[in-house]
Ligand binder design. Structure first.
Ligand SMILES: Nc1ncnc2c1ncn2[C@@H]1O[C@H](COP(=O)(O)OP(=O)(O)O)[C@@H](O)[C@H]1O
Ligand SMILES: Nc1ccn([C@H]2C[C@H](O)[C@@H](COP(=O)(O)OP(=O)(O)O)O2)c(=O)n1
Length: 650
């Protein structure tokens, strides 16, 4: 069993992307397996929990193909061949591992089958209550039996009746998305309309994924109804990052003055983002940039600026929507000023561990002041935490929450038994290392006149060093090309400026090289045509054009370390980088190089305009080393560039 050691960090500056959402991944594997047709799932969570659900579907006759995997963990992109609701009897017991969601959702499906099957799981799962799903499923006429050592617990034996399930209306005694989903999934196999009413809102991934797979359901306040006999239709889906995994980093950054953290592509389903609302109420500075709604689930980027948090009271109606985040919010409470009150959360006692008791024990071990209640706890924040040797209690979220606490505790904190982290957050340790030892991205700036060999050298260096290569000339060319498309004269500066607001300019990276789309179009070779050559320098002289593009060029550094080539990279875009080169060649040589490419480029005219313009003219930037490539081969230039960069400390 492995342990993770952490020592406090003073700052946290990173851009990370957490793995795919666990709740959606389970549902995606099940629905794609039940659907008619082939579904491609991207950003599937490659965790043990979700792998178990995938294997469960496979043992019921669903075939799948892995398109991409996270080495050492599991599939992240896959294609599932749906069975159109016709499942086969499994040969073996179905093992759900540590996953309560997997077991309860699959129970809804298996209870409805004419064959018998057994659902089992690890020791922790075999002690979690299954009565809550057995009751409604039995009401539907399902045969279902809990054969575990502990009463009402797994292994569960389900199905095997030739009779079709009967539709029921079920008033759920507790707010549980797993119970709701188990009944609705069983309802797909039942006659007539099955409905559930939840006492409070719970996560609605099942309703959303039903819609994505073209299952008609009716949602009326807290009541959800579905007609049996429908066949889900295959439909590709992208799974956004799991906000419950993002929560660990949100707390770490929000409670650390001076921190700046960006978490990209996080699922922001309104029934899941209560953790963000609570942290904002605690005074956290969190910016939410929505990107889109894909496959029925909204997602976006979260940017957190660290500061001092204040304690808060978690409202009863918030509890179901942030139940998984309570352990790390309790850590936030210990780091905050004032009191943090968590009540109405007795559900925490039947999670992967008794999370009230395990959180209280670990917080006390670190010196926090905590009072334990049957249904929650009260934390008086502000006491400095000290390092401790802690147990994870076989609970992934307890392990991760206290690793975050360790980032703030004096001394070296050790959390034992951390293997379970893989059940929800494969790659957590990698992200932890990134946060603890951030390696800032750097830029290599290459400037020079036209056809001096800048792009060639930049491309080779990027390949050798494993960096991204950004061609900024293509960005100016794209604006020049767009002005032609819009029929704007190159001398019509006002017209060009007005056009900038009208076009959708996207700068991205493909195959580690830059790509520019104007209104969704990659102009490709058209960027190097004469019409563009003859107007690009005039367009590049417009300060508004330069301001827009320089900002986009600087943004590229967020994606990783890079080699960027152009005219003003060392002087304006990245004036602070120590790695600056100026690649030159005689005009004669440059003209010859262009004509060898079959291009009648107005190289000398452009050079004149680029060097003489007022804003950011082509100059040898301060600190840049000049390489005159007139008499050198490409290999010689690249070798020379490498040795100069090494001498500058690369
Ligand atoms: N040192 C060199 N020797 C010979 N040809 C070169 C050399 N460097 C670049 N070239 C060639 O010159 C042309 C222009 O080079 P390129 O890298 O596109 O220049 P730039 O990006 O500065 O406009 C290309 O065809 C390239 O293969
Ligand atoms: N950083 C940059 C890059 C290019 N430009 C302008 C000036 C150049 O004449 C055009 C086209 O640049 P590009 O690098 O594609 O030109 P060459 O490949 O060197 O001929 O864009 C600029 O002003 N600033």
């Amino acid at each position: 069993m492995s342990s993770i050691k952490v020592t406090p960090i003073k700052s946290l500056n990173a851009v990370i992307e957490v793995p795919g959402d666990k709740s959606i991944s389970h549902r995606a594997a099940i629905m794609a397996g039940l659907a008619d047709g082939v579904t491609q799932i991207d950003n599937y969570l490659p965790s043990e929990d979700c792998l178990c659900t995938l294997e469960a579907m496979a043992s019921l006759g669903v075939q799948y193909e892995v398109l991409e995997r996270l080495e050492g963990y599991g599939p992240t992109s896959l294609r599932i061949y749906g069975q159109a609701m016709q499942l086969n009897a499994p040969d073996v017991e179905i093992d759900c591992g540590n996953s309560g969601t997997g077991m309860r959702l699959l129970a809804g499906v298996l209870a409805a089958q004419p064959f018998q099957s057994t659902l089992t799981g690890d020791e922790s799962l075999q002690s979690r209550p299954m009565g809550r799903i057995m009751t409604p499923l039995s009401m539907m006429g399902a045969r279902i039996e809990a054969a575990g050592e502990k009463e009402g617990c797994a292994p569960m034996i389900l199905g095997g009746s030739a009779e079709r399930l009967q539709a029921i209306h079920y008033d759920m005694p507790m707010a549980s998305a797993q119970v709701k989903s188990a009944v609705l999934l069983a309802g797909l196999f039942a006659e007539y309309e099955t409905s559930v009413r939840q006492p409070a809102e719970t996560r609605d991934h099942t309703e959303r994924i039903f819609d994505h797979f073209q299952i008609d359901s009716t949602i009326d306040g807290h009541r959800i109804a579905v007609h049996g006999g429908q066949i889900p239709m295959a439909n590709d889906l992208y799974i956004p990052g799991d906000i419950s995994s993002a929560a660990f980093w949100l707390v770490a950054a929000a409670a650390m003055p001076g921190a700046e953290l960006k978490i990209k592509k996080v699922g922001l389903n309104p029934t899941r983002k209560a953790v963000v609302d609570v942290l904002i109420r605690m005074g956290a500075d969190i910016r939410v940039d929505m990107i889109s709604e894909d496959s029925g689930e909204p997602y976006g980027d979260l940017t957190v600026i660290g500061g001092t948090l204040q304690g808060t009271e978690i409202l009863p109606e918030e509890v179901p929507n942030l139940i998984d985040e309570i352990p790390v919010l309790a850590v936030a409470g210990a780091l905050a000023e004032g009191r943090m009150v968590i009540r109405n959360a007795s559900e925490l006692r039947v999670k992967e561990s008794d999370r009230i008791s395990t959180v209280v024990t670990n917080l006390r071990a670190m010196g926090a002041e905590v009072e334990e209640f049957d249904d929650g706890m009260e934390i008086t924040g502000g006491r400095p935490l000290h390092a401790a040797e802690l147990e994870s209690y076989d609970d992934h979220r307890i392990a991760m929450s206290f690793i975050i606490a360790g980032l703030f505790a004096e001394g070296e904190t050790v959390v034992h038994n951390t293997d379970f982290i893989n059940t929800s957050y494969p790659g957590f340790q990698h992200d932890l290392e990134k946060v603890m030892n951030p390696k800032p991205h750097f830029a290599i700036a290459i400037d020079g006149p036209a056809a001096s060999g800048k792009s060639t050298v930049a491309r080779r260096l990027a390949e050798k060093l494993g960096l991204i290569m950004i061609n900024t000339g293509a960005m100016y060319r794209a604006i020049a090309w767009a002005s032609i498309q819009h029929g704007i004269d190159a001398s019509d500066t006002e017209g060009v400026i007005a056009m900038l607001d009208r076009i959708d300019l996207r700068c991205g990276v493909r195959d580690r090289g830059s790509i520019i789309l104007v209104d969704g179009v990659d102009a490709g070779d058209a960027l190097r045509e004469d019409a563009v050559n003859s107007r690009v320098s005039a367009i590049a002289a417009i300060p508004e054009v330069r301001r827009l593009l320089v900002e986009k060029q600087r943004d590229y550094l967020e994606l990783g370390s890079l080699v960027m080539e152009g005219r003003d990279i060392g002087s304006v875009v990245f004036p602070d980088t120590p790695y600056k080169l100026y690649v030159d060649a005689s005009e004669e040589v440059r003209l010859a190089r262009r004509s060898a490419e079959g291009l009648a480029d107005v190289v000398s005219q452009r050079d004149k305009e680029d060097s003489s313009r007022k804003t950011s003219p082509l100059v040898v930037a301060e600190g840049a080393t000049v390489i005159d490539s007139s008499e050198m081969t490409i290999e010689e230039v690249v070798d020379e560039a490498m040795s100069i960069l090494k001498s500058k400390g690369l």
